[in-house]
Design a protein around this ligand. Structure first.
Ligand code: GLN
Length: 498
């Protein structure tokens, strides 16, 4: 008996399995027990892949018995957002459209976690097709924030953040098109990283906005996330994703580097913004002071076109989503309405009954924005704004090594409290410019809200392809804030004994 699984870091688990302190099978069983006792409350999982988990763990144990070298994630329990293909599981995107869809192949990001020795525990809930920031738009059920089950975990990777926060798994993968890793990580009090565009392969991940989508890890500490980054980039560029590049490196190597003298930017106008909760604002200001205490130089910078990022993002992302989701017509992919007289009727009713309201809204918006006459006014204008925002970042990163800001203007809210779609879109204000520019970002828990008692994440953004350096700042912030490895109090140590 080693205690509770959720007390261990990914590295401690892999080391323990490699040394033989416990077996991968025992770890897998502890994770299955944690899921059995906790997931009824969080509802983070859509499918638990018990057979796959036990088979993978048995292979790890057999490899050890045969004297083979084990991978850096040997035996570490991992689960995947349900827009990632994994053979032996369904990939539903939390949509009726894909409810029975069996993964025909395994996504590169998933495969790389498995190649590093991780044990796959299953698939996690999300907003339908990743449209949203609450996970409430899942066609199957909502997911609850482990800190307060009445509240949302954020989204769209809400299942990924909740499963890690409740200690059901050690690591999860999410995808981030406009904040969907960083925002739920912030609302749940865990670490979530969106790597620079091109660092992680998107092959086998159901596309939302192809020029914006990135896969990244969620964990309870920066070190776990860095370890996952090593696995995700091992093997270099993925020839199955033309936009992927070779960023194989040791993301752990520079975690403990000092940040003395290095410059961190803050944007005063963002902290004055209407809609920013006072408790979030003061948490971010405290985080800036802590980075200064650790030796960083805090400097004011500006991203003058950031105010246009929401408009630009919702144009670009909706247009790309409309084009990507055209394949779900009941013939090529997806739910097929029975008993239709014509192909047009079948396509129309399959889409009408397969998609939920938000997925329809995005596609109708995209269809309109791409129509002739409208395209020039909106899509082309949004592309120009994209160029301006990218240039803003280049100017800012000529002065500073990272930029500190909130990940979300508020802490997690109660299910259903925000029902106006436009109000939800506006809450993405801090995350989406990063996707527009393709640079890297991470949310690190910095404390609990003084009014709500809910966790608050600070977001750090770094220059494109400076992902390893971003992790150095994230680790410095984590060290200063003393939130490392925190499991939501209601779940800590309950179930999942090893
Ligand atoms: N909340 C944003 C949206 O609804 C971001 C979603 C995402 O990153 N997948 O589009």
């Amino acid at each position: 008996m080693m205690g509770s699984l959720d007390a261990l870091s990914a590295r401690q688990i892999a080391t323990g399995v490699t040394r033989g302190d416990f077996s991968a099978t025992e770890v897998a069983q502890a994770s299955l027990d944690a899921i059995a006792s906790r997931d009824g409350k969080t509802q983070a999982f859509l499918q638990v892949s018990e057979e796959l988990a036990l088979a993978a763990a048995a292979r790890t144990d057999a490899a050890r018995a045969a004297g083979e070298r084990l991978g850096p994630l040997a035996g570490v329990p991992v689960a995947f957002k349900d827009n990632m293909n994994l053979v032996g599981t369904r990939t539903t995107c939390a949509s009726r459209m894909l409810e029975p869809y069996e993964s025909a192949y395994t996504a590169t990001c998933v495969q790389r976690m498995l190649d590093a020795g991780a044990t796959p525990l299953g698939k996690l809930n999300m907003d339908e097709f990743a449209f949203g920031s609450t996970t409430d738009s899942s066609a199957f059920h909502p997911t609850n924030n482990p800190w307060d089950l009445m509240r949302v975990p954020g989204g769209s990777s809400g299942g990924s953040a909740a499963a890690v926060t409740a200690g059901e798994v050690t690591l999860a993968l999410g995808s981030d098109t406009g904040g969907s890793i960083r925002q739920p990580a912030s609302l749940c009090g865990v670490v979530g990283m969106k790597p620079s565009y091109g660092v992680v392969s998107r092959y086998g991940v159901v596309a939302f906005g192809s020029s914006l989508d990135q896969v990244g890890p969620i964990g309870r500490r920066v070190e776990d996330v860095a370890l996952a980054m090593n696995a995700l980039t091992a093997g270099g560029r993925d020839r199955l994703d033309a936009t992927s590049q070779d960023f194989t490196q040791d993301y752990l190597a520079h975690l403990e580097d000092p940040i003395e003298g290095r410059a961190v930017g803050v944007i005063p106008a963002l902290l004055e913004a209407e809609g920013l909760a006072p408790e979030v604002r003061s948490a971010i200001e405290r985080a800036a002071h802590k980075l200064a205490d650790a030796g960083a130089r805090i400097m004011e910078v500006d991203l003058p076109n950031m105010a246009s990022s929401i408009a630009a993002y919702y144009v670009l992302a909706s247009c790309e989503a409309f084009s990507n989701l055209a394949r779900f017509d009941g013939v090529r992919y997806g739910y097929q309405e029975p008993g239709c007289a014509t192909l047009a009727e079948q396509s129309s009713l399959s889409r009408a009954h397969g998609f939920g309201p938000e997925a329809k809204r995005r596609q109708m918006l995209g269809a309109y924005l791409l129509s002739s006459g409208v395209y020039e006014r909106y899509y082309l204008a949004a592309q120009k704004v994209r160029t301006l925002i990218t240039a803003d970042y280049q100017r800012a990163f000529a002065q500073v090594d990272a930029i500190l800001m909130p990940a979300s203007p508020t802490v997690a809210w109660e299910h259903g409290a925000i029902s106006d779609p436009a109000a939800l879109y506006l809450a993405d204000v801090y995350t989406i410019s990063n996707n527009i520019a393709g640079n890297c970002g991470i949310s690190v828990p910095v404390g609990l809200g003084t009014d709500s008692g809910m966790p608050i994440g600070a977001q750090l953004q770094g220059p494109t392809f400076d992902d390893a350096s971003l992790l150095t700042f994230a680790r410095a912030l984590e060290r200063a804030c003393d939130m490392e490895g925190v499991v939501a109090p209601a779940f800590a140590g309950k179930g999942g004994e090893l």
